[in-house]
Design a protein around this ligand. Structure first.
Ligand SMILES: *[C@@H]1O[C@H](CO)[C@@H](O)[C@H](O)[C@H]1NC(C)=O
Length: 245
């Protein structure tokens, strides 16, 4: 399963260094550091702890929460259920509590692989649904809450090297995400408050499919955001600044 959302975590591991352009609290990991993995894990933790405010110097915007305008969950027509649902004003919390479990960077080839563990990603949004269930037409709104727990993400990036103003930079050439989620619990509130049966029927219809429908949509939306940030960081800082030789 794709899980580009959590690549934000990997991006942080890529984003450290010491130069006048970088904040002093960001830990630098030299390429020749004999214990570079420990260094990167620590650096990763520092960058991610800044999720609430982001790191403007590195073009990392706040990511706790991550904000999304709109996600569609189209259930379409299936048997007795005809449901068209969407989430708006989506907020995702929890990426900042991620830890880097392993990392492997090849500075020659540009291969960049890491594994991240996120204890919980919490999603809050306005929910709107219309359609037909149990022969009842409905059109309602409510609050949607989702909690993905035990999220393990494998990220594979390939970077291409190029020269800008006489310095080596990295450019994102390819990305691949593989994500396993232990549990995804959802909760709908205030939906058809005056009709409990309908509320339960809609929730039951969603429960079956929402994880399958929602996850790829979330991760695809975030992929764009994340890859944009990665591109900016490596465009702004030469590789020698991010990873001194
Ligand atoms: C999400 O689930 C985890 C694990 O059960 C829990 O610790 C956390 O408080 C939950 N978050 C929210 C906002 O419900």
């Amino acid at each position: 399963m794709d899980c580009r959302l959590f690549a934000l975590v990997c991006l942080a591991a890529a984003a450290y260094g010491a130069d006048k352009g970088l904040p002093s609290y960001v830990k630098v990991c030299d390429r020749k550091n004999s214990d570079i993995v420990s260094c990167l894990k620590e650096s990763f933790g520092i960058v991610f702890s800044h999720g609430d405010k982001g790191i403007p110097e590195m073009h990392i915007r706040p990511f706790n929460p991550i904000l999304l305008d709109k996600l569609s969950i189209l259930e379409g027509n299936s048997g007795s259920v005809n449901l068209d649902a969407q989430l708006t004003d989506v907020k995702l919390y929890g990426i900042k509590d991620s830890t880097l479990e392993s990392i492997d960077i090849d500075f020659e080839s540009g291969a960049y692989n890491c594994e991240i563990f996120t204890p919980a990603v919490y999603l809050e949004a306005n929910f709107g649904a219309k359609g037909k269930i149990l022969l009842l037409e409905f059109n309602g709104n409510g609050i949607f809450r989702g909690n993905m727990t035990g999220v393990r993400t494998k990220v594979k990036y390939t970077f291409e090297s190029y020269e800008k103003k006489g310095k080596e930079h990295w450019k994102l050439a390819n990305s691949n995400f593989d994500c396993i989620i232990d549990n995804f619990a959802i909760n709908l509130e205030e939906l058809f408050a005056d009709n409990k049966d309908l509320s339960e029927a809609v929730q039951a219809a969603l429960d079956e499919n929402i994880q399958i429908e929602l996850q790829p949509v979330i991760v695809n939306t975030i992929e764009t955001v994340v890859n944009d940030i990665v591109t900016h960081v490596f465009d702004k800082f030469p590789l020698d600044v991010l990873h001194p030789k």
